[in-house]
Design a protein around this ligand. Structure first.
Ligand code: ACM
Ligand code: ZN
Length: 774
């Protein structure tokens, strides 16, 4: 072929490929929905069109592995059998080239009308490039049936790489067991989000989940508990050690090796966690000699607290056992890290155990905290001797940190800061941002979960680098991870629900440049990835769409103003008052709704002029105390401030979730405050809204007094309630009503007390949400 003919054919092919395109869409940055957000992108005119003749040019196995994802996707969604070749044709190809100048995990994509160039220096870089290409394509690329779309991507120049090295997710396989297939699916989703660590929590009190050939009872006994799944986790009863367990499961070594190999192909490292010295009832149930006392114990079917049956730190045989277990673990997991847990050990048995006492004396230790430190340091020496590194939860800082340990900071970021300042590495996984077992929407509308609410937008705000760290300390922060503790998560669907879409927010917090983070912009891409989840059959939570309210009290007008929002900055929220019909009479919410009488507000998100999702409803009970000043004689506790100044008179009622931000609470003291009505009013009733939650040391008051005054100095008691303490198993809400003869008063004082006489109760929280004055 002559040069001229070559050129002619080349131009013809470009013209033809441009003509084939059914759209002539001009792309802008708002069309780019890649999550996590890329470091930099430039969009130029034109598109690259995939068709049945597009070829992938890949020279080595890692590149071929990377493009296989797209080949498989095109097979299903377009019905094409795309090929990998060694040599590029003139056009219509996606070429992967190794570029040693690029850092590990980073990549570039340059697409033009004729071809797509991908460059990276390692396997992960190629994998991430292909994931980005997948997200540049129409979302129908996820379709499992043939879709009729233009398989085009805009012409782009992308340069991208991760901010942090450690971008992880932990699955708790112990509290509820999840099998190999679910783990493999989860790995695919980690890969989609460019997350690179899967931490498997394989050991806990409620089940041992890894086959260890030398100790078969770990799985024969330790993997099975008595089935109490019909009861809430925190209400399950103690088991008899002799009763055979039937609920549970474990992963064989072969299954785990398969998981590790699959993950490696997807750029994910699997890090095993073998808990010690606590959270090991399942191991002790199998081999009672591992504990200090050596007695038979049962595997708990639910909550266990405190955890006192822990490995004996005095007996040499404990260490022999653990080293043998870890030898098998290290055979399965090639990961650089072994996680040894180390959290939440109550060491009372160590204090009295002759073996432990002997160890403390021999080693010249001060106390049981130092004994735990001895334990972890000894395990670290063993792990290091095998060329691996130890990770532990932040409790491993107590009693002295092991020399080379990496701290996984969960009780906030303090542990991570301490580790980094000490020159050790840290992984941030603070409960407030990274615990995906927490609620993600209003608890009354969510399945049972742990803790307070961690919304997807809160996860998005997660920042592993804390200001107090100096530059050279920052480099010790390897990154972060989310943890899916599974106490309340019995099924795969539920697990996905807790993970998605929060994982999406996490991925951006860990991958993208800090200053590129922008919730408003991200929330648009979040909606786009939700469409992808639909195709992928991911059971993601729609909690971010749920409408919630905020109330502001205005002392001047004695009214409250209610704001409605969900997590998306641009939402069509419409509402009606009282008996209004949400379908036909709804008014668009644009500014706070001012309320000065008893009113019910119903609201809904609208899509295409139709209500969608859960209808929000708030009954506002108005009373004479609303929006008045409250003078506190005893101040509410720092931890439960509610909305502060007007919390008790803002009409907003609390839910059974004591962390819902609507409660004020007092710890081990009487609650005493006076409401200043501003002027004398005729009143005859005071209602005190309270809650009980025995498990969290929240009790109803045992005595309530109401006093009134006209001048604020001289008070007369107008009513008094005395209640007997009653233990309750479930949380409950109650309004205590104090009725009295109608009278004029400007000040209303409330005194609520708890008498622990005869109860043995040491810690008492009094919770109040509203004081209604009528
Ligand atoms: C933990 O949540 N106990 C690490
Ligand atoms: Zn002991």
């Amino acid at each position: 072929m002559t040069k001229r003919l070559q050129l002619f054919l080349f131009i013809l092919s470009i013209v033809l490929s441009a003509c084939q395109s059914k759209s002539s869409k001009v792309y802008t940055e708002s069309d780019i929905n890649i999550i996590p957000k890329v470091e930099s992108i430039k969009i130029t005119e034109g598109v690259f069109q995939f068709d049945e003749n597009t070829v992938f040019i890949a020279a080595v196995e890692t590149q071929k592995t990377a493009v296989q994802l797209l080949i498989d996707k095109f097979k299903e969604a377009a019905g094409w059998n795309l090929n990998i070749k060694a040599v590029s044709p003139d056009s219509n190809y996606v070429k992967l080239t190794k570029d040693e100048s690029l850092e590990s995990e980073t990549y570039t994509i340059e697409s033009s009308v004729s071809h797509v160039d991908i460059k990276a220096s390692d396997a992960s870089g190629f994998l991430y490039a292909v994931q980005s290409l997948r997200q540049l394509l129409p979302i129908e690329i996820e379709s499992k049936t043939i879709a009729d779309v233009d398989w085009e991507i805009p012409n782009v120049q992308i340069k991208d790489g991760p901010r942090f090295k450690w971008r992880g997710l932990m699955l708790d396989l112990s509290r509820h067991f999840f099998d190999k297939d679910y783990i493999l699916e989860t790995i695919d989703m980690l890969a989609l989000h460019k997350l690179n660590i899967l931490h498997l929590h394989l050991v806990d009190d409620q089940g041992w989940r890894i086959e260890i050939k030398k100790y078969p009872k770990l799985t024969e006994v330790g993997s099975w508990r008595v089935d109490q799944e019909h009861l809430p986790w925190n209400s399950r009863k103690d088991n008899d050690p002799n009763e055979k367990g039937t609920y549970g499961g474990f992963l064989t070594q072969n299954e785990l090796k398969e998981i590790v190999a699959y993950a490696a192909l997807k750029g994910v490292e699997v890090v095993p966690e073998i808990e010690m010295p606590a959270h090991v009832s399942s191991a002790i149930a199998a081999y009672p000699e591992l504990s200090c006392h050596g007695n038979s114990i049962a595997i708990p079917s639910g909550a266990l607290w405190p955890i006192t049956d822990i490995y004996c730190a005095g007996k040499e045989s404990t260490f022999e056992f653990l080293e043998n277990v870890l030898l098998e673990v290290m055979e399965i997991f090639p990961s650089k890290y072994i996680h040894i847990g180390g959290d939440e050990a109550t060491k009372t048995n160590w204090e009295t155990c002759p073996f432990c006492k002997k160890r403390i004396k021999q080693e010249g230790l001060e106390n049981v905290e130092e004994l735990q430190s001895y334990f972890i340091k000894r395990m670290e020496k063993f792990i290091n001797s095998k060329g691996k590194k130890l990770i532990g939860w932040d409790e491993i800082l107590e009693g002295g940190l092991a020399p080379d340990a990496t701290v996984m900071s969960w009780r906030g970021v303090r542990g991570g800061i301490e580790a980094a300042k000490h020159g050790n590495d840290a992984i941030m996984s603070p409960v407030g941002y990274c615990y995906f077992d927490y609620y993600q929407g209003p608890p009354e509308l969510e399945p049972q979960a742990a803790g307070p609410v961690t919304t997807v937008s809160k996860v998005y705000q997660f920042e592993p680098i804390v200001e107090v760290l100096a530059k050279e300390e920052e480099k010790h922060v390897l990154g972060g991870q989310a943890n899916v503790w599974a106490e309340h998560i019995p099924t795969e669907e539920h697990s996905q629900y807790m993970i998605f879409p929060r994982l999406t927010a996490l991925s951006e917090a860990l991958w993208s440049p800090k200053d590129a983070k922008d919730w408003d912009e991200f929330s648009g891409r979040l909606k786009s990835i939700m469409n992808r989840y639909e195709y992928l059959d991911i059971n993601y939570a729609k909690s971010a769409f749920i409408i919630t309210s905020e109330v502001e009290a205005d002392i001047e007008s004695k009214s409250v103003a209610l704001s409605l929002s969900n997590e998306f900055p641009v939402s069509d929220i419409r509402y009606v008052l009282d008996d209004g019909n949400i379908n036909s009479e709804a008014i668009k919410f644009t500014e706070p709704i001012v309320v000065n009488k008893t009113t019910t507000i119903k609201a809904s998100l609208f899509e295409n002029d139709n209500p969608t999702g859960i209808v929000f409803s708030e009954a506002i009970t108005f009373h004479d105390g609303v929006a008045n000043k409250v003078n506190y004689e005893t101040k509410y506790h720092e931890r439960y401030k509610g909305t502060e100044a007007f919390n008790l008179v803002n009409t907003l009622r609390g839910t059974k979730n004591f962390r819902d931000g609507r409660w004020q609470a007092w710890l081990n003291e009487d609650a005493k405050f006076t409401i200043d009505l501003g002027e004398e009013k005729s009143i005859s009733k005071v209602t005190i809204g309270s809650m009980v939650n025995d498990r969290n040391s929240i009790y109803y008051p045992t005595e309530i007094s109401v006093l009134v005054s006209s001048d604020g100095d001289n008070f007369t008691e107008v009513g008094n309630l005395e209640m007997h303490f009653e233990a309750r198993t479930e949380p409950e809400l109650k309004d205590f009503v104090v009725d009295f003869k109608k009278q004029m008063a400007k000040y209303v004082k409330v005194e609520a007390k708890f008498s622990n006489k005869g109860t043995g109760i040491k810690e008492v929280w009094l919770f109040m949400d509203e004081i209604l004055i009528n």
